[in-house]
Design a protein around this ligand. Sequence first.
Ligand SMILES: Nc1ncnc2c1ncn2[C@@H]1O[C@H](COP(=O)(O)OP(=O)(O)OP(=O)(O)O)[C@@H](O)[C@H]1O
Ligand SMILES: [Mg+2]
Length: 227
Amino acid sequence: MKVLYRGKTKDIHVLEDGSYLLKFKDDVTGENGVFDPGANKVGLSIKGSGKSNIMMTKYFFEILKEKGIPTHYIDANIEEATMTVKPAKLFGNGLEVICRYKAVGSFIRRYGMYAKEGQPLDAFVEFTLKDDERQDPPITEDALHMLGILSTDEYRELKDLTKKIANIIKEELEKKDIELYDIKLEFGRAGENNELVLIDEISGGNMRAYKEGKYVQPLELEKLVLD
Ligand SMILES: Nc1ncnc2c1ncn2[C@@H]1O[C@H](COP(=O)(O)OP(=O)(O)OP(=O)(O)O)[C@@H](O)[C@H]1O
Ligand SMILES: [Mg+2]
């Protein structure tokens, strides 16, 4: 098994048949030993976090599969904290698509002059580039098009798919009285037909969720969801 890439929280191995094996590690992102899902550095290691992340990811990818959403998911092994996936071609060096239902985090840091913390947003979608050196900058539709990262059609398709997926996750969380404020997704193209698919993971670190008005930490969220 060849290691293709060592990420901050996962490693990618290539299997004999060409599919990828994502190994979820116990490393989490943060600063100075404090857990921060949005950070661009590994800050600390939390025993069991890899297993917790793969459990939540498996849970949501299987729900999405049932609903006919195209994803990279093939199967998962909880004990090993691994997931087998279809290899995908990324857009540029990787793109993140965020869907926001309530204004928190970087939205407030940027638009705090106009927006109030926790203000409702109507499934607001924005794109950011995966670029740690430049703190994952937001990018507009025009820039994505001009820089040859996405066509106008792809932009629209990604935006629609993001809303659809985010709504499914939101509804699932609502069943447990948890409110989704925002979620970050990644996409690529995979398979013979170069189909647009959801890739990477869906775990506590990809979203901000609140219960009774209080922020739920990622590992706590995973416990609540899988309970
Ligand atoms: N099916 C797939 N095909 C190709 N690459 C994938 C696939 N699924 C996930 N990836 C990529 O695998 C990598 C997993 O690494 P990891 O989650 O540790 O993140 P990272 O690259 O260090 O950065 P970040 O924390 O910003 O996500 C990501 O770069 C992700 O884009
Ligand atoms: Mg990642």
